[in-house]
Design a protein around this ligand. Structure first.
Ligand SMILES: Cc1cc2nc3c(=O)[nH]c(=O)nc-3n(C[C@H](O)[C@H](O)[C@H](O)COP(=O)(O)O)c2cc1C
Length: 315
């Protein structure tokens, strides 16, 4: 991230990066936004928006910045991210380390005024501050949204990170509804708002969220966040607390996408994320019903050519 953020600030380095890694065009239009290709950067990689302009040079068709919370916070003690190399997986318990919504807005204002703003859509992942009690969550999300609404093209309400105590309780219908009502009240420009769900929810719980999504005119669902389940394995890294991503998540995430598509008869756009490493994995998610895709762990293991390779494979 340090190198990418350095390159991001120098147009010549962006151009060199682009010469190696730019992806071909494979345009899609989803919830009113035009994407040069369907492969995006998942939330959690550029939590501070320090490298915003570099992602399009690496071929990404969109990015989701953050997660950002209302208050700045350091996240959990290190070490807080682990590799299960044999399984091409990560476990993380970052705990929403981020600069806070106000500082994030200033960083984005800087990227805009310096002429470095990317051409693709930019999304913003919103989380709840650790110090904010659950019954004040709606206010916390609303404050972040108010500070950031002019700087992103779409917003993702993250109620599914396993690393903020009790956050996932906000996936309950009434708690989530309170948040969505507050955000839509502030959403005078009708920017797309999505909810990101955990892969550990039952299909019944997902159905409740889908009902709410329709009722509150959400633009879509991001499926899925990391899982707290672990594969059968003697690898001691699986004893680490946190959310698991990468290959072990792939099938569950695809099953959830398929379920959402079936329940909504394909009417609610889905961003599919979880264990995408190559064009076959990408196609699996698209065939299950995703309109857009996101990658985190795949970038870690496959390296910077992953988007170019996947888009070429899809074409
Ligand atoms: C280190 C790390 C930090 C993450 N931070 C966030 C976050 O802040 N907000 C969020 O919604 N998801 C976050 N995620 C989850 C990813 O966006 C993605 O949903 C998950 O990793 C599954 O995709 P993958 O298998 O391609 O990694 C994070 C994942 C990792 C590995």
């Amino acid at each position: 991230m340090r190198m990418l953020s350095f390159a991001a600030r120098h147009k010549s380095l962006c151009a060199v990066t682009e010469a190696f890694y730019a992806a071909s065009n494979k345009p899609v239009e989803v919830f009113g936004l035009k994407f040069p290709n369907p492969v995006g950067l998942a939330a959690g990689m550029d939590k501070f928006a320090v490298a915003l302009p570099i992602w399009e040079c690496l071929g990404f068709g969109f990015v989701e910045l953050g997660g950002v919370t209302c208050h700045a916070q350091p996240g959990n003690d290190k070490p807080r991210m682990f590799r299960a190399v044999d399984d091409r997986a990560l476990i993380n318990r970052m705990g929403f380390n981020n600069p806070g919504a106000d500082a994030m807005a200033k960083t984005l204002a800087h990227w805009k005024s310096s002429g470095h703003w990317p051409k693709h859509p930019v999304g913003m992942n919103l989380g709840k501050s650790k110090i904010t009690p659950l019954d004040k969550a709606a206010e916390d999300y609303a404050t972040s949204f108010r500070l950031l609404r002019d700087y992103a093209d779409f917003f993702v309400v993250n109620v599914s990170s396993p690393n903020t105590p009790n956050l996932r309780q906000l996936q309950d219908k009434s708690a989530l509804d309170e948040i969505l009502v507050e955000l839509q009240k502030l959403n005078s420009e009708r920017k797309p708002i999505l909810v990101k769900i955990a892969p550990d929810l039952s299909f019944e719980a997902i159905d409740e969220i889908l009902e709410l999504a329709i009722q509150r005119q959400l633009a879509g669902i991001v499926a899925t966040n990391t899982t707290i389940t672990r594969p059968q394995s003697s690898n001691p890294v699986y004893g680490q607390a946190g959310g698991l991503s990468g290959t072990p998540l792939r099938e569950r995430s695809t099953d959830i996408i398929r379920h959402i598509r079936k329940q909504t008869v394909g009417k609610l756009p889905i961003i599919g994320v979880g264990g995408i490493f190559n064009a076959d994995d990408a196609r699996e998610k698209l065939e299950a019903g995703a309109s857009l895709l996101q990658i985190y762990t795949g970038l870690v293991y496959e390296g910077p050519a992953i988007v170019k390779t996947i888009v070429a494979g899809l074409r």
